[in-house]
Design a protein around this ligand. Structure first.
Ligand code: SF4
Ligand code: SF4
Length: 451
């Protein structure tokens, strides 16, 4: 088994503490019909229809018909907000306690019907796996090191017994195939408990990972334990939230209609974790747009999150974090005299090297214009995939995708670390993601799931 290579301890300001605030149900939910990889294009309810909590509002034909469920009872509005199903929910004391008919049948069907299936990923495609195919193995990562995505320990601390029960259900679900459980290479009560569980259940193999981003990445873990990922032999991957959703669905018959979301980043007025219903209004979670400081909000973590679509009004089904970063355009007074004194860097030529490690108040500033690659090698030494990002960049810049393929662009897990450490601030991650997509569509011209 190979060790974990590369990685970097990304230290950014705006990290919340471990507690989770459970927010009350709002009067109106805005359920996005599209998230990063899922499109709920088949709407199954009518305008003004009254629905029960857990009832299907729409399904995603491109993702094995996983449903978008009503998190609360209420009245549906289909045309109130573009790209969303709006649900007006009655006040809590008047809420209908009735539940939609219980899902029965095979465990896969129950998980799909209760919204828990969408927490699973086919590691090869990064998309929801087929419920009809048994995987060769599953990889569960309790380690989420990207600031500001919801950390595994935050979720685990809420209910370790449910997590352990969920592992057993997942094992039964995949026909008792091996399960690899990634835990941090650090001592804690929880890691001790998980190791004891693994000793009692030989089908669990513990994988220790260092506390260096992106060590908990599912694709890297699958490679590390020697699993070959291809379409014919799927490998399932999920995190703590997925295992808890499997347990809640199969043990308690509960639909997965809430999410724990991290509100973090240097621009977050009050970094914290919140548990909210799907569709919870973003305007209640984000600071008002007016004010002296403008914010850039990322849907996801600081390194892999995408800028939040300005048209999105509620929490989508894949959201695990909202990262807030201050827009920064002003010049620094005498900045040339204190180059890099206020931020840690992979480069040792910054003044911050002389200080004790600090957290960096990340902004959107590029601190100068776009620069060419200076061949510093930081991207290569940090890349966890063992490829050469600067060489790939040069090939793709020259339009030579075939050479990039030869240099194993396919091994890139799009963690964004090369972009983060690059002193020239070249957006390598985007360049690699776009090139991989081009190559995929050249090799497999079938229509994509999300158009
Ligand atoms: S985005 Fe790809 S190339 Fe860049 S560090 Fe991550 S795995 Fe390596
Ligand atoms: S980190 Fe940036 S500047 Fe340095 S070698 Fe890589 S691409 Fe070039």
């Amino acid at each position: 088994m190979n060790g974990f290579r590369g990685g970097y301890n990304v230290r950014l300001d705006g990290r919340p503490s471990r507690g989770v605030d459970v927010l009350a149900a709002p009067e109106r939910l805005y359920l996005p019909l599209r998230s990063q990889t899922v499109a709920f294009t088949n709407v199954t309810v009518a305008d003004h229809q009254v629905v029960l909590a857990g009832e299907t509002l729409a399904t995603a034909p491109g993702s094995f018909d996983i449903p978008l469920l009503a998190p609360l009872p209420g009245t549906v509005h289909l045309n109130a907000t573009d790209g969303h199903i709006v649900l007006d929910t009655p006040p809590e004391d008047a809420m209908c306690r009735a539940r939609p008919p219980e899902a029965t049948g095979p465990m896969q069907d129950q998980l799909v019907a209760r919204g828990a299936w969408e927490f699973l990923r086919d590691i090869h495609t990064g998309r929801v796996p087929s419920p009809l195919r048994t995987p060769q193995a599953a990889v569960v990562s309790t380690v989420q090191l990207e600031p500001f995505q919801t950390r595994g320990d935050v979720l685990l601390a809420r209910d370790v017994p449910a997590f352990i029960r969920g592992l057993g259900l997942l094992h039964a679900l995949m026909g008792e195939k091996p399960l690899f459980l990634a835990i941090p290479n650090a001592e804690s009560e929880i890691t001790e408990l998980l190791q004891t569980t693994a000793r009692e259940h030989p089908w669990i193999t513990i994988v220790h990972v260092p506390l260096r981003y992106p060590a908990g990445d599912l694709r890297l873990l699958a490679r590390r334990v020697g699993l070959r990922c291809d379409a014919a032999l799927p490998v399932w991957g999920t995190g703590v939230a997925g295992v808890l959703a499997v347990d809640a669905a199969l043990t308690h018959g509960k639909a997965a209609t809430t999410r724990v979301v991290t509100l973090g980043g240097p621009g977050a007025p009050q970094p914290r974790h919140v548990e909210v219903h799907l569709g919870y209004p973003l305007e209640k979670l984000l600071p008002p747009a007016t004010g002296p400081t403008t914010l850039r909000v990322l849907n996801g973590g600081a390194l892999t999150g995408a800028q939040l679509d300005p048209g999105q009004c509620g929490i989508d089904n894949q959201c695990a974090g909202l990262t807030m970063v201050k827009e920064h355009e002003s010049r620094e007074f005498f900045g040339f005299l204190r180059a890099g004194s206020d931020r840690p860097s992979a480069s040792r030529c910054f003044l911050s090297t002389l200080r004790r490690p600090t957290r960096h108040a990340l902004t959107t500033a590029l601190r100068g214009e776009h620069r060419a690659c200076v061949a510093c090698g930081h991207c290569e030494s940090r890349c966890p995939a063992g490829i050469m990002p600067s060489l790939l960049h040069k090939c793709l810049w020259a339009g030579d995708e075939r050479e990039a393929e030869r240099l194993r662009l396919d091994l890139c897990v799009e963690c964004g670390l090369c972009t983060y450490v690059c002193p020239a601030k070249i957006n390598l991650q985007k360049q690699f993601g776009d090139a991989k997509e081009n190559i995929r569509s050249r090799q497999c011209p079938a229509p994509r799931q999300i158009q």
